[in-house]
Design a binder for this molecule. Sequence first.
Ligand SMILES: O=c1ccn([C@H]2C[C@H](O)[C@@H](COP(=O)(O)O)O2)c(=O)[nH]1
Length: 432
Amino acid sequence: MEQHKSMIKLSHYQFCCYFRLFDMASPQNPDEYYMALCLLISQDSPDTETKVGACVVNSEGTLLGIGYNDLPTGCSGQLPMLRKKHCRDRPLDHKLLYMCHAELNAIVNNKGSLKNGTIYCTLFPCNECAKLIIQHGIKKIVYLDDKYFDRDAFMASKRMLGVAGVEYSYHPALYITVNVVEGSFVNFPGGSNSKDYSFSKANFPVLYEELLTVDWSSIYSITDANNACDVLYRIINNVLDKHVPRVKYKAHYQLCCYFRLFDMASPQNPDEYYMALCLLLSEDSPDTKTKVGACVVNSEGSLLGIGYNDLPTGCSGQLPMLQKKHCKDHPLDHKLLYVCHAELNAIVNSKGSLKNGTIYCTLFPCNECAKLIIQHGIKKIVYLDDKHSAKDTTKASKRMLDLVGVECRQFSSKRTITIDFSKKSVFSSPPY
Ligand SMILES: O=c1ccn([C@H]2C[C@H](O)[C@@H](COP(=O)(O)O)O2)c(=O)[nH]1
């Protein structure tokens, strides 16, 4: 039997495990399987310093969404991606103002319910991602790296996750040696600090056949491990495209009965109607200084989601809501680390597609909300107040929204609408 043998030392754990995707509908070791997928996904990130991958899995163990850190859809190559030290004089060019995190992208990509699901990520989620995770009902995080553990955003994240009862566990990394032997088996024997994988032709026919089509000689000649990884990555991607659906979509349309209370399918003046709703919603916010309301409407004008600024679900009364000036000595008690913005809540609450839809909000959305708005395909923002217009976060938000052509319109009206429950009526000043 002719034998072609290739030994490739992989410094990237992902390639070895990723092979398992081909023949395993329900992975024997889901943590390892999905973490390998995250690592592969992370390779697509344009961030040259920190590439992050994430995927979300529902309560039944089905993969529902994948994502990596990237600029918002439509912004690639048109926004700066600088580290803080490279833009000291130009704070508006800092990449973190614009970058959509891998976790956000995996969650936004997902089309099913994530209630009681799991998120896998190569980096521990920051506080903004933790808000999204909690609001989506995800109950477990498996992560690989925690390199920013001492930053406020990450300490706040753990604090919130702990209060909300989201479990998180560390996944140990492995280093693997790949060994391919044509004609008999594909073997992934481990060295020290690694694990053995053996794939027989009988058990893994698809993978096996595909690997035999590879010109391994081209890989023998590659001495540099990263180049070898690139070659393998391309091969795997080709095979994946043929054999494995990347994301399983699951439609989940359930409109909240609450919306029917208003009983107006197509309001005469949608902007006024939805802004009035936002103002009503904002009244429920526990933030005593700035109460914000938001709602999202799909491309056909149907109301799909509502929200106001509040602590993540399950955290009320258990996390601080202090203004910056009241927690100078305790920066970890600052409300902005924890509060889920009204826009985020409206988007997360919504149960249908927001592509080409509109978001109504009482305050101009910040950069974090703008990322969510763009990634969800929302094309119009109607806002009432722009009191934070001088902040970098608002300027960065406008820069991104402008770039991708999201229309932003300020709503104004001199009208007064009074709802009098005792008289069971609504009074409004002209013209209605
Ligand atoms: O786009 C936005 C921006 C802010 N919020 C919320 C978050 C906070 O609860 C307040 C802002 O507090 P200030 O004391 O005015 O800084 O508004 C939001 O929901 N959406």
